[in-house]
Design a protein around this ligand. Structure first.
Ligand SMILES: Cc1cc2nc3c(=O)[nH]c(=O)nc-3n(C[C@H](O)[C@H](O)[C@H](O)COP(=O)(O)OP(=O)(O)OC[C@H]3O[C@@H](n4cnc5c(N)ncnc54)[C@H](O)[C@@H]3O)c2cc1C
Length: 405
């Protein structure tokens, strides 16, 4: 596949580069700049940054023009994410669900009224969304969702519990997957509601993560009255709509990752050059040289997996199963890389706080790296997808030698 850029794409790259160069927060990336660390600080910061992107026309890049987006090609989206990563610009954070999940799902299945009501405030960053899918007994097996929405005249009565709902405590709206028919097989009785998080009976309780922050929540719904007009599409078609949402969970933002990881690798090499062990920089230490070289090689592999992904998307118009190979690979690569960065720091690397190496980025990155192998489909689920859909292995069978079957 020829991935050379057209003159228009080169012009777009120059435009983005110039804008990012002139619009990063003052002092961003300099040693004196105090980056937001706590969840609360990051929410305030990210609302300002994402609003700025929106005002400059870089929000909803992938949204069609009729809905206020830019109608950018896939290649332009890749370029945008590459340039943001190259400039080490802040990543999309607080409006991720709205922009990437809620917007595309409402565009695909919402009524004209719903599109008019919900899409503009997502683009302008005036309303934040969360994704209420997972439950204590419905994560990988999402169709087992038990939160019920009982239709009673012109409204639903919602009761149940969601969990791991990122941003629920700061969100205005929720994409809620719930059961509206108990009598049919589990995939068939689900519906999809757009729920106002300020309604009485909704109780988000933040869950503290290993980093000390509370980004996600358990959310309790007790007799919540949701108007019938908040139903997305048709009753009992929620599973189809949920799959639309999930198919957007790993969009082209992922393609900027390998540049962000390249930046992280460069930081780690600098960290290894600065850190002295047994009288020599760690980067010259025989025990580390091989591991550092392997980290470099792994990143190259990730780049090629990314290029295969892009080729498949440009050929077929949508991501293929290569997406699972990429997710499985990079999420574990990140864990290895973060582990190595801590090993470079030695015993002191376990210490976090203002005096930590590189302002605690390695400690925090290490702790967060565990989430990557769970969120957006755990590693085991990715392996199931690869074995069944890429390698054509039989579904749901536990392998055993023939004589033992
Ligand atoms: C940082 C983070 C943010 C999140 N944000 C949200 C959010 O905003 N909204 C939301 O709805 N959810 C969110 N989630 C939840 C996420 O989607 C689920 O954690 C994920 O789908 C796994 O589900 P589970 O936690 O219930 O684990 P389970 O599904 O209970 O899995 C437990 C273990 O069993 C393994 N397993 C399960 N089924 C199989 C199988 N068939 N074959 C082999 N192994 C299997 C899994 O891989 C895992 O190791 C978030 C998760 C994280 C980590």
């Amino acid at each position: 596949m020829d991935l050379a850029l057209s003159p228009e794409e080169e012009a777009f790259r120059a435009e983005v580069r110039e804008w990012v160069g002139g619009n990063l927060p003052d002092g961003w990336g300099t040693p004196a700049y105090k980056e937001p660390r706590s969840f609360e600080e990051r929410v305030v910061f990210s609302k300002q940054w994402e609003k700025k992107l929106s005002e400059a026309g870089y929000a909803g890049l992938h949204w069609p023009k009729e809905y206020g987006g830019r109608g950018a090609t896939y290649m332009q989206q890749i370029i945008f994410h590459e340039e943001m990563a190259r400039a080490r610009a802040p990543q999309l954070f607080i409006n991720f669900v709205g922009m990437n999940l809620a917007g595309p799902t409402i565009m695909a299945h919402g009524s004209e009224e719903q599109k008019k009501r919900y899409l503009p405030p997502i683009l302008s960053m005036d309303e934040i969304w969360c994704q209420g899918f997972s439950e204590p007994n419905a994560g990988s097996d999402l169709a087992n969702c038990q939160t019920r929405a009982d239709l009673d005249g012109d409204h639903f009565v919602v009761n149940g519990q969601k969990i791991w709902t990122s941003f629920a405590h700061v969100a205005d709206w929720c994409l809620l997957l719930c059961r509206t028919d108990q009598s049919v097989p589990k995939h068939k009785g689900l519906s999809y509601l757009l729920v106002d998080m300020k309604l009485p009976g909704i109780d988000p309780r933040p869950l503290k993560q290993v980093t000390g922050d509370a980004e996600f929540n358990e959310v309790f719904f007790t007799d919540v009255i949701v108007p019938r007009s908040q139903l997305l599409g048709e009753m009992n078609m929620g599973w189809t709509y949920a799959n639309t949402t999930l198919s957007h969970e790993r969009g082209p933002a992922f393609l900027g990752h390998q540049i962000r990881f390249r930046n992280a690798l460069a930081d780690m090499f600098a960290h290894a050059n600065r850190t002295i062990r047994d009288g020599v920089p760690v980067s010259e230490h025989p025990a580390f040289r091989g591991r550092l070289a392997a980290a470099y090689a792994e990143l190259e592999i990730m780049r090629y997996i990314g290029l295969r992904n892009i080729t498949s998307i440009l050929r077929n118009g949508r991501p293929g199963t290569e997406g699972s190979v990429a997710k499985l690979y990079w999420s574990h690569m990140v864990r290895r890389m973060q582990e190595l960065a801590l090993a470079v720091g030695g015993p002191a690397a376990a210490l976090d706080g203002p005096d930590a190496d590189d302002r605690g980025q390695w400690q925090r990155g290490y702790l967060m790296s565990f989430a990557q192998t769970i969120a957006a489909g755990s590693s085991e689920i990715q392996k199931n997808i690869i074995s069944e859909r890429v390698l054509g292995m039989p579904r749901g069978e536990v392998w055993a030698p023939k004589e033992k079957r």
